[in-house]
Design a protein around this ligand. Structure first.
Ligand code: SF4
Length: 215
């Protein structure tokens, strides 16, 4: 896919959904950070269910530390890897209090220094909470970048770098939302639903599924 086609691909997704938003529920950079940290290998729906009660009890680092690992665990037991995640949420909250006055830093290195926060989580927070042009490559975007030819790469970082170069600058701010939602609901892992894909004319995938299978 050349640069013009890559731009048109993202423009087609943008035209279909002009105001995309993250599906995770949050009320502040801190609650966003916690929600994203909890979302590894879990669906946004399951995270939202857990955080609905968790954030009622603790929506800031001091309250979270006071709640403790066991208290956090009571709310998030239904999501995958909950023990490790509860530990990380307490540890990162403690570090935010110690190093950043309880605020979430708008800085990649400082974010990635927090327990349980990797490049992907930092990118989501930088993009959604602070408006930076950052590309969080999750499993959906990694698949989509490779499958369509939009930004092929062997690692999430290669796909991220490819997208940062190929997505038109004016669309970079929202591109990760469009791509995640497209991968989640249309260009699905097991079978892409090409029959209702708005970007079908621009996609390089050879095995397009052009007709919906009978139910
Ligand atoms: S045409 Fe199919 S494979 Fe290509 S982006 Fe659309 S859903 Fe994905």
């Amino acid at each position: 896919m050349n640069l013009q086609q890559a731009g048109d691909f993202v423009r087609a997704l943008a035209a279909a959904n002009p105001a995309p938003e993250t599906e995770l529920h949050y009320t502040s950079p801190y609650t966003l950070l916690v929600a994203v940290a909890l979302s590894a290998q879990a669906t946004d729906v399951s995270v939202n269910k857990a955080t609905a009660t968790l954030f009622q009890e603790a929506d800031n680092p001091a309250a979270m530390v006071a709640l403790g690992e066991e208290g956090v665990g009571r709310h998030i037991r239904s999501i995958g890897l909950w023990k490790g995640k509860a530990k990380n949420v307490i540890a990162l909250s403690r570090l935010l209090l110690e190093r950043h006055g309880g605020e979430v830093p708008a800085d990649r290195a400082a974010l990635e220094a927090l327990p349980g926060v990797g490049r992907k989580t930092a990118n989501v927070v930088l993009n959604v909470a602070f408006g930076e042009e950052a590309m969080a490559v999750d499993t959906h975007i990694f698949r989509l970048g490779n499958r369509t030819g939009l930004a092929p790469g062997n690692t999430p970082r290669e796909v991220e770098d490819g997208l940062m170069k190929r997505v038109p600058p004016e669309l970079l701010r929202d591109a990760h939302h469009w791509l995640i939602l497209h991968g989640r609901y249309v260009c699905k892992a097991r079978m892409p639903e090409c029959w209702h894909c708005v970007a079908i004319a621009l996609c390089n995938y050879r095995d397009k599924v052009r007709v919906a299978p009978p139910r």
